[in-house]
Ligand binder design. Structure first.
Ligand code: SAH
Ligand code: SF4
Length: 444
């Protein structure tokens, strides 16, 4: 979400004639797009601001702090971090050019932390995207769930869905520019449409996006398990374009902990949804978010998390140590778990995940997978480049990253690759054939 906000911010600023400075020392203004989901993210931002205040070779740059920390901490930041000149929230991006102008004229610190009830993308798409192939498309903002550990409802405000027409117009424009994959983005995409007139649902939105010619792959995140419907599973099963891949955050395997988290499902409910997904969408890959060290979590609770991991065999995992966040119900729960115990659980869960992934990736060796090539490996994607062998990467529909070499730059092409080996979280392969615009395969 933050990455997407940065893409929007860059677009809004470039439309006003600002350009990237390349390094903090050359910048007139430095924008820091912050995250406050965990305490560590927050402390990193404040130490970064301390360092940035000394950039500019003696001429302090203007520092604008945006994202979730300002909406969480408010104007108090001007006192605790006096190097900050502007504070803006996730919904204030479009106001930033005017705030900057005001700052330059008056020298007065500026602040705008209002949540807006519009989705702010109703006009032309402002994003400057790092890829020419795959694009984030915001479909909603904010969150109306109240998971007991989470600051997002406070930092990003209430849930608001973006109108269907506005989303489809953006996807059509992306297809016209040559984008082949979209990733629909929201904190809980399964509740899409609730704030809109009429009764459009997320599976219906997916159906409309699938109709758009040129877009070959559709992904989305994040799905909340409590709102994942059979209708969505059917839609995924019946689609050529929706990728057989789902991010479904579990958080914990103990029902007692899930209830304290206010997640609205049990481990059994979660496993039943996974069973349905795996039987309706063969080969589907599942990724998840897990947290260890939630208040009162015992070894027995943690074993239940390990138990679910062993049953699901997650393809990808974001693993977190619980972080106590201000003004969340969990911050007041008794019996916060000692850091050492939480760290030990983190290591154990991570070791299991690595083992699972190594095994699953090794099983893919010798198979052929279809990739959408995203660009050169290690450098920003470019469309022109030939000669010699170019190291490139792409993703399978299931989301596996595959690195390969080819004579031509295949950015934006869909091609078959023979998987020759796996290492770490990546696969390596050799191109076999490239799919042309009509779905026929050409020898590469
Ligand atoms: N809306 C998404 C998650 C957004 S936050 C969902 O509900 O699934 C991304 C992840 O950060 C969460 O899934 C959770 O695992 C983690 N997270 C959120 N708050 C946290 C906290 N206080 N401590 C540790 N991890 C946290
Ligand atoms: Fe946070 Fe829960 Fe909302 Fe996700 S669904 S953003 S974890 S409150």
């Amino acid at each position: 979400m933050n990455q997407y906000d940065s893409e929007k911010l860059e677009g809004i600023l470039s439309a006003r004639g600002m350009e990237p400075a390349g390094s903090p020392d050359k910048a007139d203004v430095i924008f820091v797009n912050s995250c406050s989901i965990r305490e560590k993210a927050e402390s990193k931002v404040f130490s970064l601001i301390g360092r940035l205040a000394g950039a500019g070779n003696g001429r302090k740059p203007v520092i604008a702090l945006g994202g979730c920390i300002p909406t969480l901490r408010g104007k108090e930041i001007f006192r605790s971090a006096p190097a900050v000149d502007l504070l803006y929230g996730p919904d204030s991006l479009e106001k930033l050019p005017a705030m900057l102008e005001e700052y330059f004229y008056t020298g007065k610190k500026q602040i705008d932390l209002e949540f807006s009830d519009s989705t702010a993308w109703d006009g032309p798409d402002p994003c400057v995207r790092p890829s020419d192939v795959t694009a984030w498309v915001g479909i909603m903002k904010g969150c109306d769930n109240r998971c007991s550990y989470c600051v997002v409802p406070d930092t990003r405000g209430p849930e608001v869905s973006r109108p269907v027409e506005s989303i489809l117009a953006e996807v059509k424009a992306l297809a016209k520019k040559g984008y082949r994959e979209i990733n629909l983005l929201g904190q809980n995409v399964n509740s899409y449409g609730k704030t809109l007139p009429g009764s459009v649902t997320f599976p219906e939105l997916l159906g409309m996006a699938e109709e758009i010619e040129g877009i070959e792959r559709i992904r989305f995140m994040t799905s909340h398990p409590k709102d994942l419907t059979d209708r969505l599973i059917e839609r995924m099963a019946g689609s050529q374009k929706i990728c057989p891949s789902l991010h479904l955050p579990l958080q914990a395997g103990s029902d007692r902990i899930l209830e304290m988290m206010n997640r609205g499902y049990t481990a059994g409910d979660y496993l039943e949804k996974i069973r349905k997904l795996k039987s309706a969408v063969p080969g589907i890959t599942i990724s998840t978010d897990l947290m260890v060290g939630f208040p009162t979590e015992t070894d027995d609770d943690f074993k239940k998390t390990i138990g679910v991991m062993e049953k699901v065999n997650f393809d990808s995992l974001y693993l977190f140590i619980y972080s106590r966040r201000p003004a969340t119900p969990a911050a007041d729960f008794d019996c916060q778990v000692p850091r050492d115990a939480a760290h030990a659980r983190f290591e154990q869960a991570w070791a299991l995940h690595r083992k699972t992934v190594s095994r699953k990736l090794a099983e893919l060796e010798g198979s052929t997978v279809e990739l959408l090539c995203e660009g050169e490996y290690g450098v920003k994607s470019t469309k022109e480049k030939d000669d010699a062998l170019i190291t490139q990467f792409g993703r399978s529909a299931g989301g596996h990253k595959v690195i390969f070499e080819a004579e031509k730059n295949l950015t934006g092409k869909i091609l078959s690759v023979l998987v020759t080996r796996s290492a770490g979280f990546n696969l390596y392969g050799k191109p076999a054939a490239e799919r042309n615009a009509h779905g026929r395969r050409d020898k590469n």
